[in-house]
Design a protein around this ligand. Structure first.
Ligand SMILES: Cc1cc2nc3c(=O)[nH]c(=O)nc-3n(C[C@H](O)[C@H](O)[C@H](O)COP(=O)(O)OP(=O)(O)OC[C@H]3O[C@@H](n4cnc5c(N)ncnc54)[C@H](O)[C@@H]3O)c2cc1C
Length: 495
């Protein structure tokens, strides 16, 4: 018995007496480390979408400049027992996913390469980029990166969670474009993972989040890009507009047969309904949409219409007005199969009323902004994703779906738990109704994964995947991280 205990006691002692990661990395003198009170530290802590993440203060912030430096940091970390986090754009609002209290934070900001092969359109993109930054770097090249819709979002998390783009009906998820990942594993080795050398890990990285290592480069297939058409329509809410816009988004999901056209249909409310509006994002991957393409939206009398022809970089840069800073944010999601045209009003309006009824109970919360986004997930996205590359989401094209994203932004940190309960009631109510309608035949049977990038920490991301894909993710995780460096010491969903 003693002979079994002695090695583990020695290991524990070694860990206890070994310096913490921050001091050890600082001692190397060539990797940039900042401490609380440093300006760079304070500035970096403001670079979260949610102030609840900013409030979690890391022991230091480490800014590696290369995969080799990430490897050095990971090897040092592995000799400690500290909690840590990896942060790209900081847009995931779940506490502890890319934020950490009292442990080292690794920020990928200086891994900001965006190198294009002009002939092939293959782009090496570092996780330190944000979408508007890449769009600006690629502007004029004739190529684009199939990323998300709001410029300020980070590449690192967006691609690991799948990544829904305006161009997804043409090309699948952002992750569908990845040809190879450069990744630092828990033991510090640097791997280059593609479909041929490690097909299971390659698949697991597409929708598997931060479970397998720290990605230091995404080699992506870029797509041809000219000028685009897009912008917003803004409406003051009325019950009549609710009906028309809900019908419009359902019909667009089923009937739009032009993959270059995309919409996001959002509704938002603030304290005491001072704002009660709809804001719609329209996009066409070309200088102008075919006549009539968006009539069901433009005919509903928008108060404001900012749509026009522009560069993609311009669209990305201008999209940042939606990024509210200075608030705690909760985000959650549900995926639903669309109802038939006959059941449209019943399903869409009951779900929207559920959202309004639940948000009614939050409208006295200080600084509240409650929003819902109806995001078409037509069969074409599933088809294009599968055509390009296997991924964990593994959606079939048996039904058209809508991804519903629900957000609460509010001022007080002290409201965190209470608002988390509100959020659970919001997405839980959607789920409950959808399951009931699938049971009574109002909605078709379908596989409805939780879309990781909008997932709430209480949602069971891996539990909603197909069991075989969850099992694959678990098996791969155990192979590449047998001691659970990422599994046990950093936040996120685990297979
Ligand atoms: C305003 C806004 C708009 C959005 N629009 C879209 C959209 O159009 N489409 C879409 O799909 N999603 C969208 N999202 C959701 C977004 O994709 C997720 O929040 C995503 O996690 C953000 O990535 P990030 O790098 O900014 O996040 P972070 O918070 O930095 O990271 C998120 C997670 O990924 C991990 N991670 C980050 N980088 C790495 C790395 N290099 N290696 C390993 N793990 C890493 C982190 O540890 C963390 O667990 C949007 C979010 C916001 C706030």
């Amino acid at each position: 018995m003693l002979s079994v205990l002695i090695p583990s006691i020695i290991l524990t002692l070694a860990r206890t007496v070994s310096a913490d990661t921050c001091s050890s990395v600082e001692a190397l003198r060539y990797i940039n480390v900042t401490r609380p009170l440093d300006l760079a530290y304070i500035e970096e802590q403001t670079q979260y979408w949610s102030t609840s993440c900013s409030a979690l203060l890391p022991s230091c912030i480490i800014f590696p400049k290369s995969a080799e430096e990430v490897s050095t940091v990971v090897k040092i970390l592995a000799n400690t027992t500290e909690k840590f986090a990896v942060k790209s754009g900081g847009h995931n609002p779940n506490n502890g996913f890319s934020s950490v209290k009292g442990g080292p934070l690794i920020v990928t900001e200086h891994l900001d390469q965006a190198n294009l092969n002009q002939a092939t359109g293959v782009i090496d993109v570092g996780p330190g980029n944000r979408l508007d930054g890449i769009a600006a770097k690629l502007q004029g090249s004739g190529w684009t990166f199939v990323g998300g819709r709001i410029g300020n979002t980070g590449v690192g998390g967006l691609v690991l969670g799948g990544g829904l783009s305006y161009m997804s009906a043409q090309y699948g998820w952002a992750a569908s474009q990845v040809l190879e990942y450069e990744i630092v594993f828990a033991n510090g080795t640097i791997g280059h993972i593609n479909k041929n050398n490690y097909p299971d890990l390659f698949k697991a990285l597409k929708g598997g989040g931060n479970n397998f290592g720290i990605v230091t480069n995404y080699r992506l297939q870029g797509q041809r890009q000219g000028n685009v058409w897009g912008g917003n329509l803004v409406y003051l809410r009325t019950p009549e507009k609710d009906k028309k816009l809900l019908k419009a988004v359902r019909d667009f999901t089923e009937y739009n047969d032009d993959p270059k056209a995309a919409v996001i249909v959002t509704a938002e409310r603030t304290n005491l309904n001072l704002v009660d509006s709809w804001i719609i994002f329209l996009f066409y991957d070309g200088p102008s949409p075919p006549a009539g393409k968006f009539d069901n939206f433009t005919n509903v009398n928008p108060l404001l219409d900012t749509t026009r022809t522009r560069t993609y970089a311009d669209l990305m840069a201008l999209s940042n007005w939606v990024v509210l800073k200075g608030e705690v944010v909760d985000i959650a999601t549900e995926t639903i199969p669309i109802p038939s045209a006959e059941d449209e009003a019943k399903v869409m309006e009951i779900l929207h009323s559920h959202w309004r009824n639940t948000t009614d109970t939050t409208l006295l919360e200080v600084g509240i902004v409650a929003s819902i986004a109806w995001q078409p997930f037509p069969k074409a996205i599933a088809r294009e994703a599968r055509k390009r590359s296997p991924d964990l989401i593994d959606a079939d094209d048996s039904v058209h779906r809508i991804i519903i994203e629900m957000n609460y932004a509010f001022t007080l940190q002290s409201s965190y738990d209470r608002m988390a309960d509100k959020m659970e009631a919001t997405y839980g109510g959607v789920r409950e109704r959808v399951l009931g309608w699938q049971e009574d035949g109002t909605l078709p049977e379908s596989y409805n994964p939780v879309f990781m990038n909008y997932g709430f920490f209480r949602q069971d991301y891996f539990g909603r995947l197909k069991p075989e894909n969850r099992a694959l993710a678990k098996r791969v995780q155990e192979q590449v991280d047998p001691d659970g460096l990422f599994r046990a010491r950093t936040g996120g969903w685990r297979p």
